[in-house]
Write a protein that binds this ligand. Structure first.
Ligand code: FAD
Length: 343
């Protein structure tokens, strides 16, 4: 019997899963479905920083998964250096409210003062912790990954809206037509929530864990020159990302509104104000003049922020709830899905 695999959803989770599966001879055919032309979901609107925020193993199961995923990503990008992906310095600012948790997480890396180039840009702001981070440009990395997948004769991308699946691997398309696959991997991202009732036919409802989808938005400024090196500067959960090649700054990590895909301007404005107050006056003026764009998407929180990467039946596996760390966690999720295929 031919081993036919359907992966539904061509965001970072679906693309990395296809890449992982095709490394071996687990399948004869792998079809990646997406309702849109190409990754129209959260992955394209993401700031896509891959890091572990100083987290060490042994703090929590989610922390351990993040650390493992981070190292999987580091290994992959070190072995496959490519445009749109950079290893950059990452500075975490110890604000009063986060000082305790940062000291705990970064104790092994010590504490310091603002090094160059940060000292030239930002006002002196107390203790900081230095780390390394991977910066991904989604619009460069995702299409490149899809192009690479297409070089494998077993792989096919199909632009189709999937409307229903069953535990036996029957996949129904918007046209009404159905097809059976020996295995199905679901990587639906935030849209899974909207689909839950009509999409899953014949599954035990207890297995379809309820999640919550929340918006996430980032503000980007173009034509900002902060030097030749990219970097990331963090304040609590929020990031200030400078991409030197594109001469862009992104302020990420905003938005927690449920459901509706519409930016929360008050939150974005607040974030802008907070970061700009840390910039030296000369640079602050540049930001006020720059043209701004908003990008974003729907993230799924999982249950209690716990992602899941588990089978729903013998033939169907689901990756879901990747939330804020979807670029990082997708590496572990892809590995788990490919291990399940061997079972
Ligand atoms: C502003 C912002 C900043 C972020 N910053 C970071 C960060 O710095 N680091 C980090 O690790 N993560 C970050 N995230 C989170 C991360 O981007 C997401 O967790 C991740 O992209 C989710 O990927 P996914 O593949 O699970 O889902 P998605 O990218 O949403 O992909 C799901 C795909 O499934 C398709 N689909 C859904 N239903 C169907 C159907 N029925 N039929 C066919 N196709 C379907 C959709 O069209 C979509 O393309 C951020 C997110 C946002 C919005």
């Amino acid at each position: 019997m031919q081993k036919k695999l359907a992966i539904i959803g061509a965001g970072i989770a679906g693309l990395l899963t296809a890449r992982e599966v095709l490394k071996s001879d687990l399948v004869d055919e792998c079809v990646l479905f997406d309702a849109g032309d190409f990754a129209p979901g959260c992955s394209m609107g993401s700031t896509a920083v891959i890091n572990r925020s100083g987290i060490q193993r042994g703090l929590s199961p989610l922390g351990d998964l993040l650390v493992d995923s981070y190292f999987l990503a580091v290994t992959y990008f070190k072995e496959n250096p490519q445009p749109g992906v950079e290893f950059v310095p990452h500075l975490h600012l110890a604000t009063e409210s986060k000082r305790h948790s940062l000291f705990k997480r970064f104790s092994h890396q010590g504490v310091g003062e603002l090094p160059a180039p940060f000292a030239d840009l930002f006002i002196d702001s107390g203790p900081v912790f230095e780390d390394q981070t991977l910066l991904i440009a989604p619009e460069v990395f995702l299409p490149r990954l899809l192009t690479e997948l297409k070089t494998d004769a077993r792989f096919r991308f199909q632009k189709t809206l999937v409307t229903q699946i069953t535990p036996a691997g029957d996949v129904t398309y918007a046209s009404g037509e159905s097809q059976n696959f020996s295995r199905v991997i679901l990587c639906l991202g935030g849209s899974r929530v909207a689909w839950r009732e009509s999409f899953f036919k014949g599954f035990d409802k207890r297995d379809l864990r309820v999640t919550q989808e929340v918006t996430g938005f980032a503000l980007s400024y173009s034509g900002i020159d902060l030097g030749e090196s990219s970097f990331c500067f963090s304040l609590d959960q929020k990031n200030f990302i400078y991409r030197s090649q594109a001469r862009e700054v992104w302020l990420g990590g905003t938005g927690q509104k449920r459901g509706e895909l519409c930016p929360d301007w008050i939150e974005l404005k607040e974030q802008e104000r907070t970061f700009l107050n840390f910039l030296k006056p000369h640079y602050k003026a540049k930001f006020l003049e720059a043209s701004k764009t908003v990008r974003g998407g729907l993230r799924e929180k999982g249950q209690g922020r716990q992602p899941w990467m588990a089978p729903l039946s013998d033939r169907v596996f689901e990756i879901h709830g990747l939330y804020k760390n979807g670029y990082t966690l997708a590496f572990s999720a892809a590995l788990k899905a490919s291990e399940w295929l061997k079972s």
